[in-house]
Design a protein around this ligand. Structure first.
Ligand SMILES: NC(=O)c1ccc[n+]([C@@H]2O[C@H](COP(=O)([O-])OP(=O)(O)OC[C@H]3O[C@@H](n4cnc5c(N)ncnc54)[C@H](O)[C@@H]3O)[C@@H](O)[C@H]2O)c1
Ligand SMILES: [Fe+2]
Length: 381
């Protein structure tokens, strides 16, 4: 039996297999009468998506979808989605998909009522207070991958299609009003996406756990999140229809996103520019850069990682943990180097500058400099 429960930590989460059937109730709870379902192109025609639309239509909530969403979605996708939202007279968004569909859907609900450009709401200082909070439409989130945790997050990642920079757009009301975590929706993920998204969840937990800021609650959540990935990611890769393990991975994903309020680090600081420049999969990119980042951070996190290793049942302290990560990557078929994702050496200087500017950089346990960041890129490529 896979678990089923209601949580409000921090979002109201309806967690359990088959609970997509509560989509209409979730709309009612969020006060949405004319939802726009936002997803990406790949999911648009899959049965999980058409079945969700069937539920809406059958209950009189209409059948409206926007799916012109790229992987690593950009401001053009957002503008098109906002137009569909406004022209259709919608009053809320069902953000449906992996991080791409979830983030773009959340941002449509956010941006539809704003008069300033979306880039004015980047996660810098108190820029979020520039937004008209009352004009943000309610959001229901329905993840179909188990990785980004965007379903319980207050941010959306948007790539600037002109500058190829990934920006984090932040507002407290980007937090969905209701989330439905139904592990059955993740069963059809291609194996490579199961691996990539699972490693994203692991990276969120690992970086949150390692970041030096004070946040003991996040620390505990991140630690258990890592353990859940260790126990369950190999199971879902071996058998994609293992619902109990899929459920645990969904929990780990949500836990990672809750935990990374504490901070991220160099894995994400590197991964964001690589994804923006080379359009690689976010989680897979994280998985590739993980060992060199661990190695660089070792002096600052050795004891802490040894404690995590002990909790996770890994012998050998930091070294054991490092070897575990290497073996996990190899077992899951993660390329050893970024060259395996098509990343060349031609733009290292540019990506180094972008990594240092990335908001995740500040959470790295070792201060990032041009020298050590460039060296990281060299080691990863
Ligand atoms: N908001 C956040 O806090 C946050 C955190 C981490 C990453 N992100 C962002 O999320 C994005 C990546 O999200 P992702 O890793 O979930 O991948 P994704 O949303 O880009 O999806 C990857 C592919 O998998 C397909 N897919 C998704 N679910 C499926 C299913 N159940 N069955 C079949 N196919 C399915 C999609 O159609 C797509 O082709 C990036 O843009 C990244 O920057 C956001
Ligand atoms: Fe991530």
């Amino acid at each position: 039996m896979s678990p089923s429960a209601n949580w409000s930590y921090p979002t109201a989460v309806r967690f359990g297999a088959g609970r997509i059937s509560e989509l209409v109730e979730a709309c009612q709870a969020a006060g949405i009468n004319k939802p726009l379902l936002v997803t990406d192109r790949g999911l648009a025609s899959l049965p999980i998506t058409t079945q969700a639309l069937d539920l809406l239509e059958a209950s009189g909530l209409g059948r409206a979808m926007f799916s012109e969403v790229d992987p690593n979605p950009n401001e053009k996708n957002l503008e098109a989605g906002v137009n569909v939202f406004k022209n259709g007279g919608h009053d809320g968004v069902i953000a449906f998909g992996g991080g791409s569909g979830l983030d773009l859907g959340k941002l449509v609900a956010f941006q539809a009522g704003q008069s300033r450009p979306v880039w004015d709401f980047e996660d810098i200082g108190d820029w979020w207070t520039r937004a008209d909070a009352d004009a943000i439409a309610p959001i229901i989130a329905v993840p179909t991958t188990a990785g980004t945790g965007s379903e319980v997050g207050r941010a959306g990642v948007l790539t600037n299609s002109v500058t190829h920079v990934k920006k984090i757009i932040f507002h407290p009301k980007l937090l969905p009003a209701v989330t439905i975590c139904d592990p059955e929706l993740t069963v059809g993920m291609p194996k490579i996406i199961t691996v990539g998204t699972g490693m994203d969840a692991f990276a969120h937990c690992l970086e949150a756990y390692s970041s030096p800021f004070y946040h003991p609650m996040s620390q505990g959540i991140a630690l258990e999140g890592m353990r859940l990935v260790k126990e369950n990611l190999p199971l879902v890769v071996a058998d994609g229809s293992n619902i109990a393990a899929r459920a645990e991975m969904m929990s780990a994903a949500a836990m990672g996103a809750v935990a990374f309020q504490k901070g991220l680090g160099a894995i994400h600081a590197l991964s964001h520019p690589i994804g923006a420049v080379y359009n690689t999969h976010h989680g897979m990119t994280n998985a590739v850069v993980m060992p060199p980042v661990l190695e660089m951070n070792r002096p600052a996190i050795e004891d802490r990682i040894a404690r995590a290793a002990a909790y996770m049942g890994i012998a050998g302290g930091f070294d054991g943990f490092y070897e575990y990560v290497q073996k996990l990557r190899a077992d899951l078929g993660v390329p050893d180097k970024l060259a395996g994702l098509g990343v060349g050496r031609d733009r290292i200087d540019e990506m180094t500058a972008m990594a240092l500017e990335d908001p995740s950089a500040g959470g790295n346990p070792v201060t990032l400099t041009t020298e050590n960041t460039k060296a990281l890129f060299e080691a990863c490529i």
